[in-house]
Design a protein around this ligand. Structure first.
Ligand code: AMP
Ligand code: MG
Length: 404
């Protein structure tokens, strides 16, 4: 493939999607399911609420008694939540009842405790108080009926979804099983935290950032490794990782430098090149291929901003789709300031979101010094995408936004 063969952003997204496998599902306990992607439909186990639920502490009685002018009642028992309903039996009776209790089948109205006067086992309604028949009852099935769909496959299980699963009685949940992902930084200059660093060396951040971004999306099992710019070491280690893992995410070594060995090593390992280079800034030299076993290999440019943007724009959405996730609608935000960008490339710019004077969400550019300037990214919310083929972007123009 010619070195000048560069594809646009949408083509890169499409080609990656075409080469991603779909990953299997697994059943896990409800308690472990937060942050996972649902792979089953969840329906209501029962009507919700499952019975006529009392919504105030007070007494349950028959409205027919009220209609007949009865204002004092004999308390025939006390009923809390979680027990079978006590019958009222007679128009002159009531049951002392608590919030959450099941309304007795032969009662139809609840009078709050604040509206009654109790004397021994008799209660009298507050003078002048006229209860509305049927009041303070959350009717059976008024939220939803048994069998009603609660959650669809592809849903990300967040906090409210846990409630839906619990209400549905799901002790176990069928969710996407994360593939094994190897995160690999490459470069002789890179030194991990906790180790002494020479003037001419660089702290490695990409591997940690990629692992953190994966973890944020629910992947708790990614492994990290660092490899030198040495063809033999790269070949052996990448081959081993390919045997062990399902997805490789590398950073560094994909440009035109003498020590940028990754494309060559991938070729030697029999990886099929899908594309190398995207018409974008930052991140132009991104490489993507698949192995003979159809395992995807993403080789991101080493510059920290490039690497993170490529991860968020391509790698994470592709993996999430392969896991069966329904991706949220692409968010759009307005540019806070006008931008001029001349090169014939899609431009990604880190931004901070804020609300303008009209209360609308807008994106304030956070210029990075270079695509290696990771420090400026602290405090940003994500990046905007400025499409190729347009040089001028006006303040207020809506543009796609990707959250870190
Ligand atoms: P490369 O793509 O290997 O040419 O790297 C481009 C630039 O990104 C170089 O200045 C590298 O030192 C830097 N870089 C590469 N990998 C990392 C990393 N894991 N963490 C921080 N900087 C990196
Ligand atoms: Mg390098």
């Amino acid at each position: 493939m010619s070195d000048n063969f560069r594809i646009d952003v949408d083509t890169a997204v499409r080609l990656i999607a075409e080469h991603m496998p779909s990953y299997p599902a697994e059943s896990i306990p409800l308690d472990c399911s937060h942050g996972t992607i649902l792979r089953q439909q969840v329906v209501a186990e029962r009507d919700q609420p499952p019975f006529n639920r009392v919504t105030m502490d007070g007494i349950a009685l028959r409205s027919a008694a009220l209609a007949a002018g009865t204002r004092s009642f004999h308390v025939i028992g006390t009923q809390g939540a979680g027990v079978a309903a006590l019958p009222v039996k007679d128009n002159g009776n009531c049951v002392e009842i608590m919030t959450g209790a099941m309304l007795p089948g032969d009662a139809d109205t609840v009078v709050p405790v604040e509206r009654i006067v109790t004397e021994g086992d008799h209660v009298t309604l507050e003078p002048g108080y006229q209860p509305t028949p049927g009041q303070f009852i959350h009717r059976r099935g008024s939220d939803l009926t048994a069998g009603h769909p609660l959650l669809e496959p592809g849903t990300l299980i967040g906090v409210p979804e846990i409630a839906a699963l619990a209400i549905a009685g799901s002790a176990t949940v069928k969710v996407a099983k994360w593939p094994k992902i190897a995160v690999v930084s490459t470069g002789d200059e890179l030194i991990d935290v906790g180790k002494p660093v020479e003037l001419f060396q660089i702290r490695s951040s990409n591997d940690r950032v990629i692992a953190a971004a994966l973890e944020k999306r629910g992947c708790k099992t990614a492994t990290r490794a660092h490899l030198p710019d040495d063809p033999d070491a790269l070949r052996d280690a990448i081959s081993d990782m390919h045997d062990r893992d399902d997805i490789l995410v590398l950073s560094g070594g994909v440009s035109m430098g003498k020590y940028d060995y990754i494309p060559q090593i991938m070729d030697e390992l029999g990886m099929r090149l899908v594309f190398h280079k995207i018409l974008q800034r930052p991140g132009l030299p991104m490489w993507f291929g698949v192995s003979a076993q159809d395992k995807p290999v993403f080789a991101l440019p080493g510059n920290p901003v490039s690497s993170l943007v490529c991860l968020e724009r391509y790698v994470l959405p592709a993996i999430r789709t392969a896991l069966g996730a329904t991706l949220p609608e692409r968010q759009t935000v307005q540019l806070a300031d006008a931008i001029h960008f001349e090169p014939d490339l899609t431009c990604f710019k880190p931004v901070q979101l804020d609300t303008n004077a009209d209360g609308e969400l807008h994106a304030i550019l956070k210029e990075t010094n270079t695509s290696g300037d990771f420090v400026s990214l602290a405090g940003t919310d994500g990046f905007v995408e400025l499409s190729r083929g347009q040089d001028n972007f006006a303040a207020g123009e809506p543009v796609p936004f990707y959250q870190w």
